[in-house]
Design a binder for this molecule. Structure first.
Ligand code: HEM
Length: 507
């Protein structure tokens, strides 16, 4: 009897030995990270410096940026947020981390975002050669000039949405009501803007609208694209903590959905290539490059999918945030309404050229991009050979570095009253004269900055102007403190935004 207790079976022995080895490995790694790692001298909480798990936990909760704010308030400009990553919160870090080709994108992060290559050859994870070529063509297709050339197309989608909203108002018997502020209709703008932006970007990229506004629903393709975007954080974390095989499992589980996205995008793309030859849109320069053999069809397909993700989520969450902040600040809304309604003699005169000149509109846009940057997280870069100097601090080579767009714009040392919406800070008024305006870089800097800046701004300017021209907008109790409910899973995961839309009394 005694003997059978004392003697272990070979399986038990193997389990005990492996457990002991794993414990020894974890303990040695922890000691190494804390004492001997090249970043061991950088400040940060002990558990973040010792292990990747606290970073992973916050990323999965969608509140890493909020945590970083507390850490930067406590530790200053640079914080070690995982054993191999430093976060910076000084405005000069934008230029030092992102402004040069000598800091590469963190391949692990970006290949995780492309689901380990399941999304083919996307620009964000392309090797340097194809990236340069793709970016060149994309910059062409997404330029200011190109945005103005597509103005009519953007307006046609906006008008379609306004027709539907007006129909809804009529159906509810509100269109002739006096503008008392309680006669309008409460709309979930998260839904309406998802439909609108996918219709616009779908038309720009694939040559045809998804018809979401008309049918008031997302297509299955859009539902899957949204799920893929939301799964971003989970995939990134699994990849970083060494559970890459689980991503393969996810790919297997979601494989059917992915294939569906790729198949549908491919069918639409091929139809665009054959039936709309020479259409002057975003994708035309990249189609031409593919036909001239400079890029593969996979590059073209991957770029299309990327544009559908990168161009829609950011612009939509930007618009939602703008309308939330402006309707929550009645004085600002009044000024903006006055500016827009007096700048044009009729609705037909609303145009991008004129909107670009409207001073108040444009500082409101700058301020919302600061307070709620649509691409909020710290996109990781890696210090190249010989290391880099970031914000005056030498950083060893192979260090992962980032500037978190939400964190840097909410630190008191960069912006006075950082949680309040004050467009005048961009006019340099006395109260905000110490603000570091360069700390807000919503489109990032350098070789991987956003090529869609002009389009994003064009869509936002037109949508804001048309909404304010047509309706009196009012915040709604259901959406009080909307920003506090948001989580960041690589991009924001916006909650419904309920806004009361009042028809104008004179209409
Ligand atoms: C308010 C709107 C937008 C904001 C704030 C925004 C912001 C950003 C940011 C911060 C990045 C850099 C990400 C990184 O470092 O990995 C980026 C990249 C990118 N954006 Fe945008 N974006 C917006 C709209 C758009 C639109 C409308 C498009 C296209 C139609 C677009 C296409 C892209 C692409 C393709 C990249 C990857 C560029 C590269 O890796 O070189 N974005 N965007």
């Amino acid at each position: 009897m005694l003997l059978s207790v004392a003697i272990e079976s070979p399986v038990e022995t193997a389990v005990h030995v492996s457990s002991a080895l794993i414990c020894i490995y974890i303990i040695s790694l922890t000691f190494y990270n804390l004492l001997f790692h090249p970043l061991s001298k950088f400040p940060g909480p002990v558990h973040y410096r010792a292990s990747i798990l606290p970073w992973a936990y916050r990323t999965l909760r969608g509140d890493l940026s909020i945590k970083l704010l507390q850490l930067h308030e406590k530790y200053g400009t640079v914080v070690r947020i995982s054993p191999s990553e430093l976060s910076f919160s000084d405005h000069a870090a934008w230029r030092d981390v992102y402004g040069s080709a000598e800091t590469a994108k963190h391949h692990k992060f970006y290949s995780a975002l492309s689901f380990g290559g399941l999304l083919p050859q996307i620009i964000i994870d392309a090797e340097n050669g194809p990236h340069k070529i793709l970016k060149g063509f994309m910059t062409d297709g997404l330029s200011d000039r190109s945005a103005r050339r597509q103005e009519k197309l953007l307006l046609s989608h906006l008008d379609a949405m306004l027709v539907q909203i007006n129909r809804e108002l009529k159906r509810e018997g509100k269109s002739n009501g006096p503008n008392t502020g309680h006669e309008g209709l409460v709309l979930d703008l998260n839904e309406w803007f998802t439909w609108l932006i996918f219709d616009m970007v779908g038309d720009l990229v694939l040559g045809e609208s998804f018809g979401c506004v008309q049918h008031r629903r997302k297509t299955p393709l859009i539902k899957v694209l949204t799920e893929v975007t939301e799964a971003g954080s989970l995939v990134v974390v699994l990849w970083h903590v060494g559970l890459k095989f689980l991503v393969t499992g996810l790919q297997y589980l979601a494989g059917g959905k992915f294939l569906q996205v790729l198949d549908e995008t491919k069918t639409r793309l091929v139809s665009r290539m054959t039936t709309k030859i020479g259409r002057d849109d975003l994708i035309e320069p990249i189609i031409r490059a593919e036909q001239e053999g400079k890029l593969s069809f996979d590059h073209l397909l991957g770029t299309t999918t990327t544009l559908l993700i990168a161009g829609t989520d950011t612009t939509k969450s930007g618009l939602l945030s703008f309308l939330y902040h402006i309707t929550s600040s009645p004085d600002c809304l009044e000024k903006l309404t006055d500016e827009i309604r007096s700048a044009f003699a009729s609705e037909a005169d609303i145009c991008l050229l004129r909107l670009e000149e409207l001073k108040y509109l444009n500082i409101c846009i700058k301020e919302f991009l600061r307070i709620h940057p649509p691409a909020p997280m710290g996109f990781p870069r890696v210090a190249g050979k010989g290391g880099r100097v970031i914000s005056g601090i030498p950083v060893p080579e192979n260090t992962v570095m980032s500037v978190d767009g939400y964190c840097i714009t909410h630190l008191e040392r960069n912006f006075h009253k950082p949680y309040e919406f004050h467009p005048e800070r961009f006019l340099g008024v006395d109260e905000f004269k110490n603000d570091t305006l360069q700390a807000s870089q919503p489109f990032s800097l350098g070789p991987h900055s956003c090529p869609g800046r002009s389009f994003g701004l064009a869509i936002m300017r037109l949508t804001i102007a048309k909404m304010i021209w047509n309706f009196d907008l009012e915040t709604c109790p259901l959406s009080r403190q909307w920003t506090l409910k948001q989580k960041i899973y690589v991009l924001w995961k916006p909650k419904p935004l309920f806004i009361r839309v009042n028809p104008l009394a004179s209409k």
